[in-house]
Design a protein around this ligand. Sequence first.
Ligand SMILES: [Zn+2]
Length: 413
Amino acid sequence: MQHIIDRFISYVTIDTESDPNSDTTPSTKKQLDLANLLVKELKTMGMTEVTIDKNGYVMATLESNVKHEVPTIGFVSHYDTTPDFTGANVKPQIVKNYDGGDIVLNKKQNIILSPSYFKDLLQYKGQTLITTDGTTLLGADDKAGITEIMSAMEYLIQHPEIKHGKIRVGFTPDEEIGRGAHKFDVEKFGCEWAYTMDGSQIGELEYENFNAAGAKIIFKGKSVHPGYAKGKMINSMLLANQFISKLPKNEIPEKTKGYEGFFHVVGISGSIEETVVELIIRDHSAKKFKERKEFIHELANKFNKKWKKQFGEEILIAEVKDQYYNMKEKVKPVFHIVEIAEKAMKELGIKPLIKPIRGGTDGCQLSYKGLPCPNIFAGGHNFHGKYEYVPVESMVKATEVIVKIAEITAIKK
Ligand SMILES: [Zn+2]
């Protein structure tokens, strides 16, 4: 267990914050500090085909140790941390034998991680937790995943009696800014399927995510001196307001859960002359997703017709663009890849928590690039902020899940 703690701490103390405003890959150079360290460690532990490409994608191979044919599988994590909260100067704190009470993260600033607010903490009573010092995020998202993949590979190398096929590992930059899968060379990775180790609490197993689109609706107005505006001015902000008021009031993020989709207004910028409304559309069901997009177009047409009568011209432009799709479509035809992960967890005494993701993952993009890729827990909680923590026992279990998946995949049929 100490080994896993040391490894994790050596990764989270390297600042790898990504930057959405940068066009380069990786978006920040400092991410390579960790990528290069991983390359070195992979080589030292005896992995082969260890590569880092010009975009910072790290790949490596653990050779098969059986004679019969086994599908090549992969494990993927991202090494960047979110730009939403600082990841520089992370000072991890270790809480041994957690007693179920408040954890003082920072005495000076009175920052407390309390189970009265974060109830999940209570399931880890008696375990070893790694927390922040209250001034940074921790980076368990997703350096816990990296720690687990590295530890599992090391374990398999040290235990050649465990039989497995060829295994590939992949570490990506820029997942947190939505670009982790963009330049991932699926062909070079060469796997039949893979798993991202990027979920949260122990047991999580995910293969369904939203279908996602973004809509941009532009309202054209006419500015006239307000003193002479009667019958002439068209205030585009007020038109935008009419449009928004016709969106279904209960189908918004704050009123939906599980498989319920939504429309979510994410931005409005406007003047009398022009107002732009940006919204995102999300739904797990492909059919409902299509209907939601159609709804926007129909609403736009209706308003345009009405306003044409009123103002003599069409004044609304609606653009709807798909962003990503539910990986379920790609995973369902190869559903054994989920069953293997489920079986691995059950054999290790972990209760699988299968639930739909209300968002996307790198795995959903990889799935549509030809690499079906469900998501497995990495163990951390409260990602993207100062209350982030990870139970070491969950990291140990995730490591065991990787080993077990490798083992199950290699069983001769
Ligand atoms: Zn992540």
